[in-house]
Design a protein around this ligand. Structure first.
Ligand code: PAF
Length: 281
């Protein structure tokens, strides 16, 4: 595996591939777990050259969020990527991605799907995500880019970004990896102690319960959201949102919709966890 820090070196490495080999990109912020490695595995299966980027993107963190504490485990990440047969690890610096002044840069805002849920609770978050993903796609010019479906709203934001800006890349979503307890794998699980890890499993259990309720004919969506919120609060999880949405628009679901997604975000202490479940009616 080649490790490169600069766009110029990365592009030199990829120059021979352009036009005759497929390139797979897995953008990450590091602290790789089996969820990330599933993205890399998919890229290895489908593409000739696999690039993984590790960049803890400052513009997607709010001022009171965990940018400084975000887990950074580069040596372990490199080992995992070697074993996963990744070809190139792109490890840019902040200056490489943003220049000298983060605040004077062009920012991409994806309207609509970014407005609510994490977009409302984390102002500016999706602008930061869209901007860095657009930069990475422009630098690597992959054939396919892979994203985890745990961040389902992010996945839709990136799809709209690619569609609206006519970026020549296929976006693929990869199913969420889970602990045996059902807890979605996430770098932020590192912040939880063992008691909190047990409680956190209640998030997916509640999503599954709500998904079951949705199968009952003429069920009341608002009542299900409220009961799920109460269940989570009783477990000691503070609910940011628990919303039954239309899977593509993320608008509140209506009785006519057949493809639903329940999006949820909770706090356990200071740690914010998100998860979702799809329901086909
Ligand atoms: O999902 C993530 O890890 C990040 O939001 C991403 C897509 C790598 C952009 O920084």
């Amino acid at each position: 595996m080649e490790i490169v820090n600069s766009k110029a070196k990365l592009q030199a490495l990829l120059s021979g591939a352009k036009g005759n080999k497929s390139i797979g990109l897995t953008p990450t912020m590091g602290n790789l777990h089996s969820g990330h490695l599933k993205l890399v595995d998919a890229a290895v299966k489908e593409c000739d050259i696999v690039v993984c980027s590790i960049f803890v993107n400052p513009t997607q963190f709010g001022p009171d969020e965990d940018l400084a504490n975000y887990p950074r485990t580069l040596e372990a990440d490199k080992e995992k990527l070697y074993s996963a047969d990744c070809d190139i690890l792109f490890l840019p610096t902040i200056a490489e991605m943003y220049g000298d002044n983060l605040n004077s840069e062009t920012t991409i805002h994806v309207p609509g799907v970014s407005a609510n849920y994490c977009g409302k609770s984390r102002p500016g978050h999706f602008d930061g995500v869209a901007t860095i993903v657009c930069k990475l796609l422009n630098i690597v010019q992959p054939t396919i880019s892979y994203f985890g479906l745990k961040d389902y709203q992010q996945f839709l934001v990136i799809n709209k970004l690619v569609d609206d800006l006519r970026l020549p890349v296929k976006v693929v979503g990869i199913e969420t990896e889970r602990e045996p307890s059902g807890l979605a794998k996430s770098s932020r699980n590192n912040y939880l102690d063992s008691n909190q890890l047990d409680l956190a499993a209640g998030l997916y259990a509640t999503l599954q319960w709500a998904a079951g309720q949705l199968q009952i004919p003429l069920c009341n969506f608002i009542a299900i959201e409220k009961s799920a919120t109460n269940r989570l609060n009783q477990l000691g999880l503070t609910v940011d949102y628990f919303s039954i949405c239309h899977s593509n628009s993320l608008l509140p679901a209506s009785q006519k919709d057949c493809e639903l997604t329940i999006l949820a975000a909770v706090f356990l202490g200071k740690t914010r966890l998100i998860d979702n479940i799809h329901v086909r009616l």
